[in-house]
Design a binder for this molecule. Sequence first.
Ligand SMILES: NC(=O)c1ccc[n+]([C@@H]2O[C@H](COP(=O)([O-])OP(=O)(O)OC[C@H]3O[C@@H](n4cnc5c(N)ncnc54)[C@H](O)[C@@H]3O)[C@@H](O)[C@H]2O)c1
Length: 265
Amino acid sequence: MTRLKDKVAFITGAASGIGAACALRFVQEGAWVVGFDIGETTNDTWKKAVEIAPESYFEIGDVRDEERIRSVIEGTVKRFGRLDIVVNCAGIASGGPVHMLPTEEWDRVMDINLKGTFLVCKYAVGQMVEQGSGSIVNISSIEGIEGSEGGSAYNVSKGGVILLTRNMAMDYARKGIRVNTICPGFVDTPLASETVLDNEILKDFRDHIIEAILLGRIGRPEEIANAVLFLASDEASFITGHALMVDGGFTVGHRFGITRLMGLE
Ligand SMILES: NC(=O)c1ccc[n+]([C@@H]2O[C@H](COP(=O)([O-])OP(=O)(O)OC[C@H]3O[C@@H](n4cnc5c(N)ncnc54)[C@H](O)[C@@H]3O)[C@@H](O)[C@H]2O)c1
């Protein structure tokens, strides 16, 4: 398992869900990981990652804190001598119809999901330019490409992440840096379970979601991590500026049961 042998990766949102799954998948492929999150990690997935790659470590911090981001990335480069991969996974889900959404909440979502991604890229990309190589994977969402009821702030922040990705891909391609984004669909993590999947008020909605996912189930964090691994690795050496949907087919089209009439289910 050497798809990321000796690569150094910085992963935000590493305490939980998709970020922790990326950390584990990366170390299984030979990388060293610096995890970053606003909260302490109690996640078994992260613990397993450190058991495999003991030089990996975890830093507490807020992606909105520019000085903290700058110093943690500087520390990563000092410790390992390089920075090969960045995964921007830290994020929150929030929003609502615009007339009901407090302006401060709009700002909070933008600051964490979009500005936080910008700040991490801003302080990581300099080292990558110096090296002449690097791979950045930003985590957006299917909701960054299509609307959803009450999506507002969240969807706008994730749409912004896709455009930031494309613009960075243009600006840094000739410096050997690839920048891509993953658009997950519904994935079983604390973020999705608190907001939608296990929310008592929305429990009927969960069945509708599963019905609308072509593969008929919610995704697992490691399924997103596998796609992140591919884009982060040299196997994706000719891919940049791409937004990859990893959603079990949720955004492919609408189903009306016609295939059932055809005897396909
Ligand atoms: N789970 C899904 O269904 C789904 C779908 C599409 C996109 N996403 C995106 O995937 C990413 C990871 O989410 P997840 O589902 O693994 O949720 P999660 O809640 O398990 O993980 C998100 C992590 O981000 C951290 N975080 C939040 N605010 C932060 C801040 N200000 N600074 C640093 N860290 C912060 C949290 O502490 C948490 O550990 C998010 O960007 C989310 O928007 C998730």
